[in-house]
Design a protein around this ligand. Sequence first.
Ligand SMILES: [Zn+2]
Length: 142
Amino acid sequence: MNKRAHLSPEFVDTIPATIEQGKIYISIDFATAIHSCACGCGMEVVTPFSPTDWKLVFDGVSISLSPSIGNWSFPCRSHYWIRQNQVHWAGDWTDEEINAGRANDRRSKEHHYGIGTLSSTSSKKTLKKPGFWKRWFGWLIN
Ligand SMILES: [Zn+2]
């Protein structure tokens, strides 16, 4: 498989029928982006934008997504970040970064689906803190 190091953003009105590898299609109307998994496996990765999902940063030239893309449900189990059109593979990270990313991902998923989050040590305030901020914080300190 050919791992991508780069994705070209295309702003579209509707999601195209054919998703080309190496491109990321962004629909502001639908608040969603879609791209073909950067590992080259051909799976389509849909990243909805919302306060509890992904955030898109467009700097006029390139796009960045946060948090990371963790394709845990695909056979390839790819994990990467898209920053300024560049694909940063989790394999390129230090162990510390990977662990931080995994913890963030797990926390946000748990928060999102409301499962397995509240151990006996969690205070009731945990529930009120939006995962959004936790994730942003995790992103900023990485
Ligand atoms: Zn893949």
